[in-house]
Write a protein that binds this ligand. Structure first.
Ligand SMILES: [Fe+2]
Ligand SMILES: [Fe+2]
Length: 272
């Protein structure tokens, strides 16, 4: 953790020495005032959510995994807050970065950020922390949130956002592993299937309604890059969320069928 932190801060120093703010596109930075008003909140909500899932996770290993994830999520929230301060201190037009905490939740745009983050800690621990946060948000929508937004940042000469958010995304593999381990501990019981189905529908809709609205708008309208060859938000969505996420579980379950010697009927039951 110390190593990833020092790499991020070294990159921010290098960006300043390389005069990043001379080239960065003002339109992009204006949208960062909104984005960085929102994003540290879902991160700190994710940290709080870990207290909910760690209490019920079976086994010391998984409990430890969720506890470590809580520390990761604290890190995400604080380096994003630091990035906001860093823009404010170094960009020629800091107005907007200074009121993000006060303005948060006071307008429609930031209210949907509250909706995303509060969902991680509202209601049942499996619904909120396991399915909504880990299985759907971190496994699926974090790709458009942290990877697509990062590549658009670079197109707008913003190397600071990309450095910070790729460092955040590098933790998600571990978090996805935690979430799917917990899911595997409950999916064997058929009495959970309808509940999980309900949770997945709820989580997918919430993520779509918030992440696609905010990140889709930032990527399509917050950029000045009009390269015809770059993928649109909906094309990236289709690749990462439809192909890689939505269509992948049947393949994962079929692998489980081999690993855990599930019967064909058990797999079909989960899939239908
Ligand atoms: Fe996070
Ligand atoms: Fe995470």
């Amino acid at each position: 953790m110390r190593e990833s932190g020092s790499r991020v801060y070294a990159a921010l120093d290098a960006a300043l020495r390389g005069d990043m703010f001379r080239n960065i596109k003002p339109r992009w930075i204006e949208w960062m005032k909104l984005f960085l008003a929102i994003i540290p909140f879902p991160e700190i909500s994710a940290a709080r959510s870990m207290a909910m899932v760690a209490r019920l996770a079976p086994g010391e290993e998984l409990r430890t995994g969720f506890t470590m994830q809580m520390i990761d999520e604290f890190r995400h929230s604080t380096i994003q807050m630091h990035l906001k301060k860093w823009y404010m201190e170094n960009y020629i037009d800091p107005a907007g970065f200074d009121i993000t905490e006060k303005a948060f939740g006071q307008c429609y745009a930031t209210t949907i950020g509250r909706q995303l983050g509060e969902g991680f800690i509202t209601g049942d621990a499996i619904t909120a922390g396991n399915i909504y946060l880990s299985v759907v948000s971190e496994t699926s929508f974090s790709n458009t949130l942290f990877v697509a937004a990062v590549s658009e940042a670079v197109r707008n000469d913003d190397y600071a956002l990309s450095t910070v958010f790729l460092s955040v995304q590098s933790d998600e593999t571990r978090h996805i592993g935690n979430g799917h381990s917990l899911l595997m501990s409950i999916v064997n019981d058929p009495s959970n299937h309808l509940l999980l189905e309900r949770d997945l529908r709820y989580a997918f809709w919430q993520n779509h309604a918030v992440v696609d609205a905010v990140i889709g708008s930032i990527i399509e309208y917050g950029t000045t890059d009009r390269d015809e060859n770059k993928a649109s938000y909906s094309e990236l969505w289709h690749r990462w969320i439809y192909e890689d996420y939505y269509r992948e579980p049947p393949r994962v379950l079929r692998r489980l069928q081999l690993l855990r010697r599930w019967s064909h009927e058990q797999v079909e039951e989960v899939l239908t």
